[in-house]
Structure formats: C-alpha cells, structure tokens
Ligand binder design. Structure first.
Ligand SMILES: N[C@@H](CCC(=O)N[C@@H](CS)C(=O)NCC(=O)O)C(=O)O
Length: 212
C-alpha cells in the first residue's frame, strides 16, 4: 500500500458555490488525489440534519471522509491533507515559514470570511442585509494583500503554499459581491499565478455583481 495515496477516493462533502469547499477541492486536485464530491443541499437545510451533524457538529461544509478519518473545517482539512499525502510541499516545516502560512490561514478564517465572502453571499442569495460594511472590510483586506503581494509573488514567501489556496476563492469571486479588484493589480497578478498552477481547479462563477 502506498502511504502517500488514499486506499479509496476521499469523499468531499461540499457545496459548489462555497469557497471554503473550493479550497479543499483545489488542494485535492493539485495533489492529484482521488476524490469524489458529495453535494450537500444547504438550501434544503441538509447540513442541519442528524446525518450531516454526525459528520460535523457545527453543521457546515466542507467535511472530508478519508478512510476512517472524518474531518471538518477547510483549513484543518488543508493542513491534514498536506501533512498526510505531501508533507512539506505546501506547508513549510521551518518554524517561521510555517507561522507565516498560518498567519494567512487566520486571515482566510477571519477578514476574508467576514468581508468579501459575506458580501458575495448577500448578493448570491439576495439576502436583505446591507452589504456596505462587508464591502468596506473587503477593501481593507485587499489593500493589505496588495501591499504584501507587491513585494512577494505568493502570500507567504517565494513559493505557493496553503496560504494562497485558502485565500484564492473568495478573493477571485469578490467582484460577485460588488467588490472591485480594479485597484489591486498585484492581487490580480497573484490570482493569475494561482490559476497557472498545474492541475488548478476553477471555482464556480455566478452571473452577478461586477466583472472584475
Ligand atoms: N470554518 C469553517 C467555515 C465553513 C463555512 O462557513 N461553510 C459555509 C458554506 S461556505 C456553511 O456551511 N454555511 C452553513 C451554515 O453555517 O449554516 C471552514 O473553514 O470550513
């Protein structure tokens, strides 16, 4: 048995429009691991029913099942897959370099999730909430990203890491939530670099919001 290959396809419980799900599928694709998608019907409340809550008590996608391992939380899944199947390739082990990746995983779980991601969800699902504070938060985040990516090709250094995969989706689709990327040339160049990675997997587009 090859320890670097799953014995059977990894099951990814996901929603196609979820950037949290996309980042996991992106890594599965980049690593060339066998997997199958299990679409969870969030609109029907499937994620709050006992069968799904048994996989993730928080009632959120994504969740993976890899043999006897069941694991929720997109960034935790990224860390697990990298460590199990491609150690050192997308997450450096040198302390400071690893911490720099973790810093951006925290950004993905914080300002990214509560800025451009929410602005997009409001537009996508026509929620009655005011998108303005989320759009403003998105621009604060993009300004920082722009500053850092002006000096570095990747978010956490000279090579692509989990930091880039975790942040890609909701930045790439920020225009769908009315957040223009027009003023952020370094961010746009970084998005293209991610898209040029071998076995890159695109994130679904929706015909809403701005073009770029
Ligand atoms: N921290 C979680 C957040 C996941 C998340 O927010 N998932 C959304 C879809 S993008 C979800 O399942 N929302 C349904 C809900 O919270 O009820 C992760 O990184 O996986």
């Amino acid at each position: 048995m090859d320890p670097a290959r799953p014995q059977s396809p990894i099951r990814l419980h996901r929603m196609a429009l979820s950037g949290h799900s996309h980042r996991v599928e992106l890594l599965l694709s980049l690593l060339g691991l066998p997997y199958e998608n299990v679409d969870v019907d969030l609109a029907a409340g499937e994620h709050k029913r006992p069968a799904f809550l048994a996989l993730n008590a928080f009632g959120q996608v994504p969740v993976i099942q890899d043999g006897d391992v069941t694991l929720a939380d997109s960034n935790a899944i990224l860390v697990y897959l990298e460590a199990r199947y491609a150690p050192g390739s997308w997450m450096p082990r040198e302390p400071l370099a690893a911490a720099r990746v973790q810093r951006w995983l925290s950004v993905a779980a914080g300002p990214l999730a509560y800025g451009p991601s929410v602005a997009r969800v409001i537009a996508l699902f026509r929620r009655p909430d005011d998108p303005a504070p989320y759009v403003a938060r998105a621009h604060q985040l993009l300004a920082v990203m722009e500053q850092e990516l002006a000096h570095s090709p990747w978010l956490a250094g000279d090579t692509p890491t989990l930091a880039d995969l975790a942040n890609y989706g909701y930045v790439a689709r920020a225009p769908e939530g009315g957040v223009s990327l027009g003023g952020y040339p370094a961010v746009r160049a970084w998005l293209r670099r991610v898209e040029d990675l071998p076995r890159f997997l695109p994130f679904a587009r929706s015909p809403i919001g701005l073009d770029e």
